[in-house]
Design a protein around this ligand. Structure first.
Ligand code: GRF
Length: 214
């Protein structure tokens, strides 16, 4: 399976995918920002990179079409959003339906959108985490596949929560991708995903380092 990773920033999740020695091949990295550190990470591992700057396009649709064409050029099977800070058009999402994943720093469906760590602290939740999900046109709403769960302590700040969640992201993202590459997770429709030939009714959860019962 050939995967492409879309980034905008530091690329620590990209690094985790590179380090994980996936059974998939990372055939390219696309960034909408020319100064994204993720590009250097890819280049250090001789992975082709491509900068497609949204500022060069007059509309979201034109930008997305350029990204789409690059993905087709690379003959990509699976698109991985890893800190890609652009909202994609419904047309683009439809073209990659069932073939595009995102990682989000919350236990979806809780805390869609931004500032998740601060919102968790404001609410006083005892658990927080991250979710790998299929991408649909609605923001952070596609079927959740894998979650990492961390306890929140009264000493936590946005920074400590971010560090804890990031560490879990680097574990669950390669794990989820490997499940797809090995056909243990199969996308059927927006509401129907199979896990080991059974309907996936809830995301596979990891609590810190341990897999939970769900
Ligand atoms: C992560 O927090 C991820 O949850 C969010 O974007 C961030 C990317 O971080 N979607 P990095 O660039 O992979 O370090």
């Amino acid at each position: 399976m050939k995967i492409a990773v879309l980034v905008s920033g530091s690329g620590s999740n990209l690094q985790a995918l590179i380090n994980a020695n996936l059974s998939a091949e990372i055939v390219g990295v696309i960034s909408n920002k020319s100064n994204a550190y993720a590009l250097q990470r890819a280049q250090q591992h001789h992975i082709p990179t491509c900068v497609i700057s949204h500022t060069d396009y007059t509309s979201r649709a034109c930008f997305d079409e350029a990204v789409h064409q690059q993905l087709l050029n690379w003959r990509v099977d699976l698109v991985i959003l890893a800190g890609f800070m652009r909202i994609l058009t419904p047309m683009f999402v439809k073209q990659w339906e069932g073939k595009m994943l995102n990682i989000h720093p919350s236990l979806l469906p809780a805390y869609k959108g931004v500032n998740t760590h601060q919102r968790v602290l404001n609410t006083g939740d005892q658990l927080h985490g991250c979710t790998v999900h299929f991408v649909t046109a609605e923001l952070d709403a596609g079927t959740s596949l894998v979650q990492g769960v961390v306890p929140v302590s009264y000493q936590d700040s946005v920074q400590t929560l971010q560090n804890k969640v990031h560490a879990l992201e680097h574990f669950i993202y390669p794990y989820a991708i490997e499940l797809i590459c090995t056909h243990q997770i199969i996308y059927q429709t927006p509401n129907q995903v199979l896990y080991q030939n059974q309907a996936l009714r809830a995301p596979i959860q990891f609590f810190k380092d341990k897999k939970s019962a769900s």
